[in-house]
Design a protein around this ligand. Sequence first.
Ligand code: ADP
Ligand code: MG
Length: 379
Amino acid sequence: VSIKEEVKVKSKSPNSRVEWGRINVFVRGRPLSKTELTAGAFDSLEIADKNTTFLHEFCASDDYLRMKRLKTRQYQFDHVFNMFDTQRCVYDTTTAPLVESVLNGQNASCFCYGATGTGKTHTMLGSVDDPGIMVLAFQNLFKSIEEDPDTSVTLTYVEIYNEALKDLLNPNGGDLCLRELPGKGVTMNGVKEVSASSAEEVVNLLHKGNKHRKTESTRCNRTSSRSHALLQIKVVRKDENRTLTGKLSLVDLAGSERTIANEKKSSSRSVEGANINKSLLSLSSCIRALVEGKKHIPFRNSKLTQMLKDSLGGMCQTAMIATVTPSSFSLGETANTLHWAERAKMIKLPGARTKHERIIKSHPLASAMLPSLREDKAE
Ligand code: ADP
Ligand code: MG
């Protein structure tokens, strides 16, 4: 099957049921972890349908059985995955359409955004036994090009930590510099660009690279990913007498939790927190400006956005996957993530006047709670 035919067949597959806009926003909730269950957490995330999720807040009570729902917030996205959705399902819905456009010479990007421990790395890289988007994208690519000698696939895998750029495929190589060359866009000076010919070979490379990511224990004693990992896959192929170049950027963002307030301001960890926030904030501003159709997009505000300049703007498609835990103990963090994701899409519910009133009135539980919510607002 030629690439073109393959792409056509794939476009018709039932997995491409999400209608693609320029920025599509997805949510993936993971199952409650053993630690969360042992600590007595319960599930505060309810997936109403493939587009809608509710976040329930419960009344504090000593008696588990008498827990009452206090507040319900509703959020709407292009697709909401439930905890049983497989890696393949997540890939097919969020990234397979991007791989198609990359094969057609366009640039595209997919991000995982969320607090530490919510499943960003699981979704992006996954494990050897249960590979995530990065690996499945390669499988898909190599299947599509079927050893076509006229197509080349190369990759770079870097980390952005404290606004410094490190090559995960060449960890002893020192910091990389970004250069913007006219006509060539932003390039990384001295980065190791590896040519790949099979998905198996790439898996080892990525897992080895990932071991070099900067992780540190935070005060709350969790091993936390404090860096952004960026995999860029470049596909160059000849189509009749044209050369098509497409690039797919896959980003495992640093934990989005707010660190600065909890850390001593003078510590280096607080500087780190500020930088992470700078990158994430800058990413938000760029997405916002793109969604609003602004002329000036502030790509230059951080390394991350500078590097994604040619993969976010213009005709590029972007998938944003917000990862969350359903734990009732992480309600604030989950609400932050969902709110961020919602803003990335700027979906506004018709008739929703305030955040509190974003409630489906036809939902029996939600409507039962309306009076208590109104009281809440009046306070
Ligand atoms: P993050 O990269 O956001 O810090 P991880 O991807 O490391 O989080 O996930 C934290 C833990 O939760 C890991 O042990 C991972 O295997 C598990 N996990 C995450 N998402 C899922 C999921 N959808 N299904 C099952 N386990 C998951
Ligand atoms: Mg991680």
